[in-house]
Write a protein that binds this ligand. Sequence first.
Ligand SMILES: C=CC1=C(C)c2cc3[nH]c(cc4nc(cc5[nH]c(cc1n2)c(C)c5CCC(=O)O)C(CCC(=O)O)=C4C)c(C)c3C=C
Ligand SMILES: [Fe+2]
Ligand SMILES: [Fe+2]
Length: 368
Amino acid sequence: MTYYQPEPAYTHGSQSKVGILLANLGTPEAPTAKALRPYLQQFLMDRRVVEIPRFIWCWILHCIILVIRPKKSAEKYASVWTEQGSPLMVYAQQQKKLLQGYLSQKINSPFAVELGMTYGNPSMKSAIESLKAQGCDRILVFPLYPQYAASSTAAALDAVWRVLLKMRNVPAIRTIKHYHDHPLYIQALASHIKAYWQQHGQPEKLVMSFHGVPKFHLLKGDPYHCECHKTARLLAEALGLSKQHYQVAFQSRFGRQEWLQPYLANTLDALGKQQLKRIDVVCPGFSSDCLETLEEIAMEGKHLFQSVGGGDYHYIPALNTEAVWIEAMRDIALEQLHGWVSNEFDSVNAEAEAQASKERALAFGAEK
Ligand SMILES: C=CC1=C(C)c2cc3[nH]c(cc4nc(cc5[nH]c(cc1n2)c(C)c5CCC(=O)O)C(CCC(=O)O)=C4C)c(C)c3C=C
Ligand SMILES: [Fe+2]
Ligand SMILES: [Fe+2]
């Protein structure tokens, strides 16, 4: 017996690959209370997600939350479940396949893409083991969260570190912390929204809704709140929206603590009472649709807004498998893979560099 996992056989001279590990949250296996229980238990036992002291939290979680919530959440999941499974999983698998294809047109050296979930399956362990079995000794971790939050991004990275802690032959690791202000991400959002408006017309107001976190995370230095606001500002600029034409809100409050404000429910209530003729809601922090967008925003939100006098309500789908988004993912990954893969960008850069140095040499010669 050894503490460290057995390794794939090491062979001299084998070509090493680069792995891209798409990291996402995870989702239950089925829309049932039975499947929700272990998922919620793993999720809500994570200290990154709930920071209440363990002895109090274990009691609350097991005696109250895991008794009541699985059934309620299962009903919500059932309302968005597809024939292929949970929307989050379906989109994440499609994103993985598409990214693999898009990258293969740009990368000349061997690479592999895998999907790993912080909670549930495919686990981070299975994803990393699969990358290693395919010969990857360098891995880029690409969280599918544009804005950094300790409760999402750091939780995903923790799940990666936990796997590595038990590994004898640890791969080199690079991580993407965030891309909330990356021009390609902002452009992808803007062109996706513009295309939606071309087809469906434009609203009086665009609500940009982000997943919430407890307010004390912000007070203790989590940059998530600021990153959400920066995304919103850049997106509004790219769409040419002035301040009165958009609003930021935070959704999915969990528990009794104060969360980031304004709450989406209050925002929709106020906008509905103003009897706006039409609002659109978009969730820029979700790279794919999931329970939180399809049920809470597209269904519950619409009901809230219209029940107090609001007019038309459109939910603009997440980026999902839009080509602009997969291209953005590819190019964000390529920036971070610099020096690890050979690609067209490198040859373009190499050509530009060669040309620049030729010009410098000529200029130097002329000066002399
Ligand atoms: C931006 C990403 C996310 C952050 C930050 C985040 C923080 C956070 N979430 C909870 C509690 C729950 N979230 C749940 C679902 C869920 N959360 C995210 C993303 C972020 N969460 C996604 C994409 C999803 C949907 C998953 C899916 O299967 O579609 C749930 C489970 C559903 C339910 O029972 O309501 C809980 C619980 C907390 C407490 C938190 C920050 C502290
Ligand atoms: Fe969440
Ligand atoms: Fe802030």
